[in-house]
Design a protein. Structure first.
Length: 255
């Protein structure tokens, strides 16, 4: 399986602080890779570098063999790199369906026509409904986004990313701030997307049970450096990871 996204020696410094330090990774196409590490390890900063929110101090980023290091976040999104944030990013005063339909329409590069009824764009309407079904949100199509529960807003945000036909989904702590009972639903959404084997998923998450259940591969960051990478089982048994991050707490849980 070929790598869809690679970084080589990726580094960013803020003054005298090195937030990401010479990180070289290769993300396999159609796989689900999780990035873990303690607070301040550089996980979100690495996402910001990959998505184009930040420019590296040095190093390169490649997408499908193309150097995108100097490319803007907007152009990376157009290439197929979609990014969610820890804080939901939806249009609160539009309905759930309208949020997704606008994303579909934007991807099709069709401008809004003030005198054209939205049903004139039947193909966008139908695709939006299909995407809502894929994230188990079809029954909320007519609800205002502002009235959704937090977990439902996260599902809506994922549907909007899918609407942009992204090849790589960067999901930054998709369960952050959720009630305990909402977490399994988001896990089911991510599992459903992964099972279709048509996208590469990169996940930042702190919940180790979720990491173990979802991931094909796990990358561990520590003080901005890549400490280890491997299967979830290999990471849990890695003594260096246990000492630096897991503190030995998970080896018994997952033995």
């Amino acid at each position: 399986m070929s790598a869809v996204l690679e970084t080589k020696g990726l580094t960013i410094k803020f003054g005298g602080h090195t937030a990401v330090d010479r990180v070289s990774i290769a993300l396999e196409e159609k796989k689900l890779t999780s990035i873990i590490g303690p607070n301040g390890a550089g996980k979100t900063t690495l996402f910001n570098l990959i998505s184009g929110e930040l420019a590296p101090t040095r190093g390169q980023i490649y997408y499908k063999g193309r150097d995108i290091t100097k490319m803007s976040a907007t152009n990376r999104a157009r290439l197929g790199i979609g990014r969610s944030f820890q804080i939901t990013n939806v249009f609160p005063n539009l309905t759930v369906l309208e949020n997704v339909r606008l994303a579909v329409q934007s991807n099709a590069k069709v401008r809004y026509q003030i005198f054209a009824h939205f049903r004139h764009y039947k193909q966008f309407h139908e695709k939006a409904h299909h995407l809502l079904e894929s994230v188990f949100l079809a029954d909320k199509a007519d609800a205002l986004a502002v009235n959704l529960a937090h977990g439902e807003q996260r599902k809506l945000e994922i549907a909007m990313l899918l609407a942009l036909d992204t090849d790589v989904l960067l999901l930054d702590e998709p369960t952050a701030g959720m009630a305990v009972e909402e977490v399994p639903v988001i896990m089911d959404v991510i599992k459903e997307i992964h099972a279709r084997e048509d996208r590469t998923i990169v996940l930042i998450e702190h919940k180790m049970d979720m990491i173990m259940d979802l991931s094909d591969e796990v990358l561990v960051l520590f003080h901005g450096e890549l400490l280890a990478h491997g299967s979830p089982e290999e990471i849990v048994k890695n003594e260096t990871v246990q000492s630096a991050y897991l503190g030995g707490a998970y080896d018994e849980q997952f033995a």
